[in-house]
Design a protein around this ligand. Sequence first.
Ligand SMILES: Nc1nc2c(ncn2[C@@H]2O[C@H](COP(=O)(O)OP(=O)(O)OP(=O)(O)O)[C@@H](O)[C@H]2O)c(=O)[nH]1
Ligand SMILES: [Mg+2]
Length: 234
Amino acid sequence: MELKKPLVIIPTYNESENIEKMVCRVTGLGFCVLVIDDNSPDGTGELLEKLKNSNSDLYVMRRTGKLGLGTAYIQGFKWAIKNNFDLIFTMDADFSHNPDYLPELRKKLDEYDYIIGSRYVKGGGVRNWPATRKVISRVGNFYAKTILRFDVNDCTSGFSGFKRKVIETINLENIKSEGYGFLIEMKYRTYKNGFRIFEYPIIFTDRTLGKSKISKNIIWEALFLVWKLRKIVK
Ligand SMILES: Nc1nc2c(ncn2[C@@H]2O[C@H](COP(=O)(O)OP(=O)(O)OP(=O)(O)O)[C@@H](O)[C@H]2O)c(=O)[nH]1
Ligand SMILES: [Mg+2]
């Protein structure tokens, strides 16, 4: 019997310069891809529809507008469970996450339940980020880790791999946060549920094509969220 391929969920908003190459690289490594596009004005959705005709490992979900990163992941996770994928990965479309790490992350899921592609463990790092961005990310991660009292160094990484049971155990309906907040919340809930977590060192490179979508609101949300999580997640 042929084993089902793992799934990589990639949310997109205006990634027409990156998405075709990214889908080819990821499916070429033996993974299926689910792209969740939020009606990108730059035509990412139409491009994906075309690509789908020649790539049977590509699945496309097109939403009506920019509904945010958190809800995109949640819809993607629900779709993955419904379609019986056992190994589920998340990554960005902009090549900040190098797809060549995927096979190594997958191998680590033999031993662990949840793998984080981590910038902040030995061997990991960030390339080409402006100094301010580096400081915000470092301080933000230290803050979240300290307030939540848990041992994850890169709480805001969007590069990750899950065993299906990890996602099934989290009540996705309870998650209301977006952006970085969402990424922290998934990690904290997984930790609190007692799953085995491993941080795999990655080198994160700043995007060379397309624009950033991260807003100041997302950073504020994350600052408050950690206190809320500490109180509500037992
Ligand atoms: N579906 C969907 N995808 C989004 C949304 N916002 C961002 N994305 C995608 O989520 C991924 C991460 O967003 P980025 O803008 O790269 O965020 P970032 O990496 O923190 O910022 P940069 O370093 O500037 O790239 C990318 O693939 C985006 O296209 C959204 O509202 N909906
Ligand atoms: Mg990015």
